[in-house]
Design a protein around this ligand. Structure first.
Ligand code: GTP
Ligand code: SPV
Ligand code: MN
Length: 618
């Protein structure tokens, strides 16, 4: 699927000398100039974030085969992108944290010595944009100028990254205007790593999804820089998201006394009109988008969306933890999203969406596994091949994604844009566990809550390269996203006790428990409102609980299962804490914590001992 690219000539500010640049910020100009000298693009374009710019770029990507326009009568304003088959997910083994001291990156990150990494990056980025346009993309994570927001500038040779950044961040002129001389901003250099002109000056044709087998997703938390090479996939290429808003921001947050976390953020209103704000950390593809957009199955309850992936939480002047969603859009998992599981998302996806690696229907619409119960008789799969329900491979890639503006979300809360954020009442930690972890358990206090966050483990999903289904520890659902030592992350969480007067309550949840026959014991999705009701009841002091070694679970009758098709035996299993399984869990945790060494907070070690003591009193 190679397409010859006619070289773009219609861009206005198109000389590498940067004539007519829309900023006078010398540091920014100097950085752009140096980056252009290194990567050697044909031209440099400053992005303004306008609709005209978006239309121009998408039209060009349609012409080059990067985007397929969908049928406007089915899916107006929408496009399908098909990535290269090897560029479909985050590349954790090629994601690097560079710090002068190895122990500042910790045992769970791929550490690199900064000078050595810089030299390596200089090599791969030299001439990497030859024959292409380098776009300069100014953006803000969080409302521009907000007290919890951060500014960034991404340069990229990927127009797909540009239009995605426009949807996912506050991108363009307003952000650029905020980056005045002396203002802090995070630079990010991104190249798909496929120059169109080689060292000898020979040209080669472009392809629909350029990328490189060699990938680097590199972070320098000490100097607050990002360098990403070789991939066009979201988490590797949209630098505002995981690279800035989690890996760099988590390090900034540690220094400044706040939290940058892999969390959804929702506003929950009870039938009595009591309002609660919940933040929840689940690993990738484990239900954040679903919970963030949940339509409660319980009458009178309302869930409104603030964020579905990232939350920044700072101690507020009111003594509470105040949170924003730093993003401006949703980059969500398509498979499994259907009218029965997430009708809000289905409505949100009616128009103005960029889909990546889903299947194409014969009438120019999209389809993925789980969208409808029955698959269409014929499709074009995510690789561009004919597909029928008899085909041995899925029609959509399991990590196929949609990119859509938050404004399109019908359940978006009015507080979404509030630069001051919302006060967090409860934090939920969860994973995908077929056994062991109960449906819901409350931590006795903040310290036990930190232990619960540190103890998350989950079956691996398709969101990152690797074996799907394998159980792995994923503390705070941040294993691939913390920009510093994981043990310091635990200490930092514990230290919030000294910074926040009214701390949120902490709960663990698990929607994924299965019976011996393999079926889910809990119906999940909208029915998870029953768990939220119990959680809100705990906050109000009205819901009853019983003690288990793993925390407080609903007392008999305290969880509303009225009208639910869950047998008493299944319910008992869902709320059970099996001593043998939990002792094995404790052993695994001890092994996981061992490489943290002296960085494992004593308090966390004590909670592990206490867990064992409660499970098996001497
Ligand atoms: P990232 O965007 O990768 O960070 O992930 P996410 O946590 O937002 O993932 P998402 O909500 O898109 O999770 C998608 C997967 O979780 C799909 O396979 C869903 O079907 C499944 N899922 C979500 N909620 C539930 C639930 O309550 N029960 C069950 N059984 N599956 C669920
Ligand atoms: C995740 O993998 O957790 C995502 C998608 O939210 S990505 O932005 O690609 O990391
Ligand atoms: Mn995520």
């Amino acid at each position: 699927m190679t397409t010859d690219v006619t070289h773009e000539t219609q861009d206005a500010q198109d000389t590498p000398e940067l004539s007519g640049t829309p900023t006078a910020n010398p540091a920014l100009l100097d950085w752009v100039r140096r980056t252009a000298r290194l990567t050697q693009p044909d031209r440099v374009v400053w992005c303004d974030g306008s609709q005209e710019e978006f239309d121009r770029l998408t039209a060009r990507m349609v012409a080059t085969g990067t985007l397929i326009p969908l049928n406007p009568s089915k899916r107006p304003g929408s496009f399908l992108a098909r990535s290269a088959p090897g560029d479909v997910a985050r590349v954790e083994h090629r994601t690097f944290i560079a710090s002068r001291r190895r122990e500042d990156a910790g045992p769970t990150n791929n550490w690199r010595e900064p000078d050595a990494l810089r030299e390596e990056l200089d090599g791969v980025f030299t001439g990497s944009m030859r024959g292409r346009t380098m776009y300069v993309v100014p953006f803000s994570m969080g409302p521009v100028g907000g007290p919890l927001s951060l500014l960034g500038v991404q340069v990229t040779d990927s127009p797909y990254a540009v239009v995605s950044m426009r949807t996912m961040t506050r991108m363009g002129n307003e952000a650029l205007a905020a980056i005045t001389e002396g203002t802090a901003w995070v630079p990010g250099v991104h190249s798909v790593g496929m120059p169109l002109v080689d060292d000898l000056g020979r040209t080669r044709p472009d392809v629909a999804w350029p990328c490189n087998d060699l990938k680097h997703v590199a972070h320098f938390p000490e100097t607050r820089e990002i360098w990403s090479f070789g991939s066009g996939y979201g988490g590797n290429a949209l630098l505002g998201k995981k690279c800035l808003a989690l890996r760099i921001a988590s390090a900034v947050a540690r220094e400044e006394g706040w939290l940058a976390e892999h969390m959804l953020l929702v506003k929950v209103t009870s039938p009595q009109q009591r309002v609660f704000h919940l933040a929840a950390a689940f690993p990738s593809a484990c239900g954040k988008t679903n919970l963030a957009m949940m339509r409660p199955a319980l009458p009178g309850w309302r869930v409104e969306t603030i964020g579905d992936d990232i939350a920044w939480m700072r101690p507020g002047p009111d003594g509470r933890l105040r949170a924003i969603n730093p993003e401006a859009g949703f980059f969500g998992v398509a498979p499994g999203t259907g009218w029965s599981t997430n009708p809000t998302a289905m409505e949100m996806l009616r128009e103005d969406v960029i889909f990546t690696n889903v299947a194409l229907t014969d009438d120019g619409d999209v389809w993925w596994e789980g969208m409808t119960e029955e698959a269409p008789a014929h499709l074009t799969d995510w690789r561009g091949n004919p597909w029928t329900p008899d085909s041995p491979t899925p029609a959509a890639h399991p990590n196929a994604r949609f990119t859509v503006a938050a404004a399109r979300c019908p359940s978006l809360a009015a507080e979404f844009d509030d630069p001051e954020g919302v006060p967090v009442d409860a934090i939920l930690f969860g994973g995908r566990r077929r056994t062991t972890a109960p449906l819901v358990a409350q931590a006795g206090d903040w310290s036990q809550g930190v232990f619960a966050g540190a103890s998350i483990s989950s079956e691996r999903t398709a969101a990152a390269e690797g074996a799907v289904g394998e159980l792995r520890h994923d503390p705070f659902a941040m294993l691939p996203f913390t920009g510093y030592h994981v043990g310091d992350h635990l200490s930092h969480w514990l230290s919030m006790r000294d910074r926040v007067e009214h701390l949120p309550a902490v709960f663990s949840v698990n929607w994924f428990r299965r019976g011996e026959d393999g079926r889910f014991l809990w119906p999940g999705f909208g029915e998870n409102a029953r768990v939220l009701e119990w959680i809100c009841g705990r906050l109000e002091g009205t819901a009853a609980a019983r003690h288990t070694p793993a925390g407080l679970v609903p007392a008999p009758g305290a969880l509303d299962v009225d009208g639910l098709d869950v047998s008493p035996a299944d319910l008992a299993e869902l709320l059970s804490v099996d001593a043998a399984a939990w002792l094995a869990e404790a052993d695994q945790l001890e092994r996981f914590f061992a490489p943290f060494g002296a960085k494992l907070p004593a308090e966390v070690r004590d909670h592990l001992a206490l867990l064992r003591y409660r499970l098996d009193p001497p």
